[in-house]
Design a protein around this ligand. Sequence first.
Ligand code: FAQ
Length: 323
Amino acid sequence: MTEAAGRDAGPDLESHFEATISHDQRIEPRDWMPEGYRSTLIRQIAQHAHSEIIGMQPEGEWITKAPSLRRKAILFAKVQDEAGHGLYLYSAAETLGADRADLTERLIEGRQKYSSIFNYPTLSYADVGVIGWFVDGAAICNQVPLCRSSYGPYARAMVRICKEESFHQRQGYELLMTMMRGTDAQREMVQDAVNRWWWPSLMMFGPPDDDSPNSARSMAWKIKRHSNDELRRRFVDMTVPQAARLGVTLPDPELRWNEERGHHDFGTPDFTELKEVISGNGPCNAQRIERRRAAHEEGAWVRAAAGAHAAKQAARAREEAVA
Ligand code: FAQ
């Protein structure tokens, strides 16, 4: 816990916090903040960080099976970027007094969540393209507004992450464009991947607004800037013309342009499925967590070596300071 959090609130600190939020200024780690604000941020940022790290797995499986050296290099770089995003986000959580090792333990023990989307299998190389297009596209819709989140370190991490996610989305779309110019079998692979990933991508935005227990508080604190349904709607509006240009059909018979509203009407995702996946019962939950646990255990010697090296450096610096 930081020094600022340890202090009693008092009317001055509390009103300073409220004024900072209402003037759209940033709360920084040194500032006093209500415990609920801190814990909400740790919850969301940790889940977000875990999502980036677990999110390396579905696409990572295809690095060794990429169809060309060029595609392998692109995919390698993308998966590496996700690792970087996880690290920025764990660092942002640490500015709130969280401990990264503890967050990892919580993930592995199932006490913290990660995005539902990464519990679905990647069955063909077209899935790599569709993840870039849909999943990174949904991530951008959700995260661009988070660049204006009220907590400084989170908002700043988002700026760089969003730039990289935009690149990821384009590489996914470019991959799919290439496949659509290929054979009938390739076009079928793309359509099949679109059919499987569309609804889970809409679920990424979370439960509907009337069943979202955290939204009201998070929006009042300007951690979240838009509701789950609003962002889901934006994603649909953004993606429909892209699908038309690509030449694929989005698997929703209710999807149509609503002239009056100036937005698309669309069907309701299966929120029972979302609940199941969030509760650990999705197709790949067990596999994802088991892989994360194994990677963590296999990395123990690296953490021990880095710790020993840092201790040696610190001891040397102390000796030099005394000499
Ligand atoms: N999956 O009250 P709300 C990416 C949980 S990064 C799992 O609406 P909130 C990059 C929610 O946490 C993708 N759990 O919650 C990439 C809450 O749980 P709790 C991750 C979900 O926080 C691309 C409960 O349900 N992005 O894709 C989900 O106000 C390609 C009630 O929900 C972020 O994390 C879900 N889909 O709104 C990587 C963005 N939805 O703790 C690799 C930041 C909800 O109360 C490859 N996060 N839950 O028990 C957010 O914007 C928000 O946290 C929401 C949820 C919108 C996800």
